[in-house]
Structure formats: structure tokens, C-alpha cells
Design a protein around this ligand. Structure first.
Ligand code: AHM
Ligand code: MG
Length: 331
């Protein structure tokens, strides 16, 4: 039984803004509610994913004569539409679009840039495994200029970041730089309700999360680190968990502690994951929860961005686990 009133994510955002920025106009909260709205639509589509084969697959017309689209395309369009009419978003950038998308009406006056991965881990959709949406929000000065100047800002400048994991339940996790808060979607009323307030990552965990099939091509320090965790000499027994959806693997790491790694590999010498819409938002959340996010040597949030789709190695998790990895990589 609840003994306090239910708190929706929209309420939480509004109250947090009021408390920290009493003179704020509420338009930032309005922007964030565009994300909660879009992800509820995406969640309802993800829940129906297995029915696509019955109703018609991508590129085919379904029984209603409508063309079915792939879920990542639908998720992208949903976010573009929901955020593009908020009135204060000037630019959006997405994993699904080669170039930033400018909002014609608000390009001059809009004060925000939103960067997102609309449906991360989408190859997992076919096998009914968790996927997610990741977002990063940056500020900008109103005015006309090359949109890339506003998009390519370092991660430490993010005003807010978060993700939604479409798992056994749908959960939204976000930060505006004042802790990390989690909300679970109650499908019966269509609202995200506060379920995990002020999430703190344990200082050390007992799980590592990595695509172990790539181990032979990791740099030496990473191989040594993983061997150490497996050796039984790490002071505790480690277990391995890897889903292959960044949002789901990080979500577990956030709640339970441990370490997530996507190191440089032979195939992806500069790492596989994307800085602007994967690593930066995850790093902001990790740090806000008391954890660490690094590319092996540098703080992720301080990596200078050079292009929208640039890749980076990403290691995020409990402070002690990540610090040990960095020490071994440096040796
Ligand atoms: P995607 O953007 O093509 O979905 O790739 C990103 C995903 C992440 O969710 C996940 O952490 C990683 O790729 C898994 O990669 P791998 O299959 O190489 O282990
Ligand atoms: Mg992705």
C-alpha cells in the first residue's frame, strides 16, 4: 500500500525545476514531457512487436492496407513529431538521421537541442528481449547558425539525459543533474509513476557485462582486468551478464552495481557505441548515481565531440570496479 500520493514523472520534473530554478518558466518541463509522451507511444508499439508478422511485416501492407514500418523508424518519427512541436526545441539529432533535423518554426528562437537513439538494441526486438530509447538534452543560445555547433557540445554540458527501457515493465530513468530518478509505466493508467527515487549505484558490484566473444581482440589491460575478475583473486566472485541492449545492460548495472564494458575491438578500433546519443547520456546518469564512465583513459563527459555519429569505447559502472579497470588499462 502507498502511504504517500503517487508521483508522476511530469509532476516530479515540474517540482524539481520549481525547487531549483524558482523563476523558470516551466518550458523545460514541457520539453521533457514531450519525451515521456513519445516513449509511451513507442512502448505501446514495442508491446505489439510480435504481432507484426500477423499484421504484415516491414515494407508490406497489412490487412488494413497500411504499410507497416520497422519499429526503429516508427520510434524515430514519434520522437521527431512529439519534440518538434514543443515550441522550444530548435534542433533534433538521431541515430536514424544522417544530419541534424532543424525545426523550421523554432530554429531561430528554440533554446534546446535534443539528441536521441530512438530504439537502441533493435535487433533484440525479433527475439522479444529488452530494448530502449536514450536521450540527451543540450541548451543553445537563440539565433541562426550552423546546427552542428549547437549539437557538438561536450557531455558535461548536458542539461538532462535519460533512457526508457522497454523490459518486463517499461521504465523511465532520468537526471537533470540532481540525482537519478526512475519511474515505472503503469499501463492501466498510462502514467510513469515514481518507483526508484535518487538511485545510487553500489560502490562495487559483482557483475561484469561485456561481449566476451570479442575478448581476444581487446587491448591487453582489458583482458587482464577480465581475467582478474574471473580468477577468484578479486576479493569476491563475479558473475557475467550480457543482454546486448545497452539500455538494459546499463540499467542492471545502475541498480545492482558492477561494470559494463564495450572496449576497442578489432572490428571497432575506436569502440562501437556512439558518443552523442549513447555514451554521453549513460555517462551523465552513471556519474549522477555515484558511478564512473570512461573511454578507458578519459572521462566520457569530457571527450570533445567531432561528429554526430562518432564512436567511443564505453566503460560505465560502480566506482571501484571502473577505477580498477582504468588502473589496469594504464599499466
Ligand atoms: P545498435 O545501435 O545497432 O542497436 O547497436 C547498439 C547496441 C547496444 O545496445 C549494445 O550495447 C551493443 O550494440 C551490443 O553490441 P554487440 O552485439 O557487438 O555486443
Ligand atoms: Mg544504438
Amino acid at each position: 500500500m502507498h502511504n504517500s500520493p503517487l508521483m508522476t514523472v511530469e509532476q516530479h520534473i515540474l517540482e524539481e525545476q520549481r525547487r531549483r530554478f524558482p523563476r523558470a518558466s516551466g518550458e523545460f518541463s514541457w520539453l521533457l514531457s514531450g519525451i515521456t509522451y513519445a516513449t509511451k507511444i513507442i512502448a505501446s508499439q514495442v508491446r505489439r512487436a510480435g504481432l507484426v508478422n500477423i499484421l504484415g511485416s516491414a515494407g508490406q501492407t497489412n490487412v488494413q492496407g497500411e504499410t507497416q514500418q520497422k519499429l526503429d523508424v516508427i520510434a524515430n518519427q514519434t520522437l521527431l513529431q512529439c519534440l518538434g512541436n514543443r515550441g522550444n526545441v530548435a534542433i533534433m539529432a538521431s541515430e536514424e538521421n544522417e544530419e541534424p533535423v532543424m525545426v523550421p518554426r523554432d530554429f531561430e528562437g528554440g533554446k534546446h537541442v535534443v539528441i536521441f537513439d530512438p530504439l537502441d538494441g533493435s535487433s533484440n526486438i525479433d527475439v522479444n528481449v529488452s530494448v530502449g530509447t536514450i536521450f540527451s538534452i543540450l541548451g543553445r543560445e537563440p539565433g541562426q547558425r550552423d546546427p552542428m555547433i549547437d549539437v557538438l557540445q561536450s557531455g558535461y554540458r548536458q542539461q538532462a539525459a535519460g533512457y526508457v527501457v522497454y523490459g518486463s515493465s517499461t521504465m523511465l530513468v532520468y537526471t537533470t543533474g540532481n540525482g537519478v530518478h526512475g519511474f515505472t509505466l503503469d499501463p492501466s493508467i498510462g502514467a510513469y509513476l515514481l518507483s526508484h527515487e535518487n538511485i545510487q549505484m553500489p560502490p562495487r558490484g559483482n557483475t561484469y557485462s561485456v561481449n566476451e566473444a570479442n575478448t581476444d581482440s581487446f587491448p591487453h589491460g582489458y583482458r587482464r582486468f577480465l581475467a582478474h575478475l574471473r580468477s577468484g583473486n578479486a576479493g569476491r566472485a563475479y558473475s557475467s551478464r550480457y543482454i546486448g541492449s545497452l539500455v538494459a545492460d546499463f540499467h542492471r548495472t545502475l541498480l545492482k552495481g558492477g561494470i559494463f564494458l564495450y572496449p576497442p575491438t578489432k572490428q571497432y578500433a575506436g569502440g562501437k557505441l556512439r558518443l552523442m546519443y549513447e555514451a554521453n547520456p549513460i555517462a551523465f546518469l552513471a556519474e549522477q548515481a555515484g558511478g564512473v564512465a570512461t573511454d578507458g583513459t578519459r572521462r566520457v563527459l569530457e571527450i570533445p565531440p567531432t561528429s554526430l555519429h562518432q564512436r567511443t569505447p564505453l566503460i560505465a559502472g560502480s566506482r571501484e570496479d571502473v577505477e580498477l579497470l582504468m588502473k589496469m588499462v594504464a599499466e
